[in-house]
Design a protein around this ligand. Sequence first.
Ligand code: 5GP
Ligand code: ZN
Length: 148
Amino acid sequence: MNCIFCSIAKKESPAAVVYEDEQCLAFLSIQPITPGHVLVIPKAHASGLGDIPPQTCGHMMRVGQRVAAALRESGLSLNEHPCEGINLLLCDGAVAGQTVGHAHLHVLARFVGDGFNLGHADLPLATPQVLGERAEQIRRALSSLPPV
Ligand code: 5GP
Ligand code: ZN
């Protein structure tokens, strides 16, 4: 399989690595949204979110939490603004914006004026009835999955 993130994990392709342990590698995105744009990957190939073993998935979040703390302390800046916030993002599936088929958690340092916008502030409110129906559908699906 020709996977760029597997190649980076095996050190066969270069990357600006910031953290590594047995399960995970964290390195800078080659096309950064902001100056502190880190990707946390499982070292073992997993295509999507559901393919990551649960223990590794939890560990990736813990690594993301630590990388986020480091970004806040790093001194990285944008137009003299320090990192004052973080977004965690995992794009699972092409429709969700996944472009690399090896699952990865984006840890994105946020700066005043960085222009990144998740764009949900102006959306209309859903009614309680609609929310209740959707929640019921999701609860039903959850109940057929193995427990956490
Ligand atoms: P996605 O859209 O799949 O959620 O994000 C893919 C991420 O991987 C983007 O941040 C993109 O810049 C990054 N990326 C793609 N190819 C490479 C690469 O070869 N090296 C590194 N360091 N990052 C990459
Ligand atoms: Zn891979």
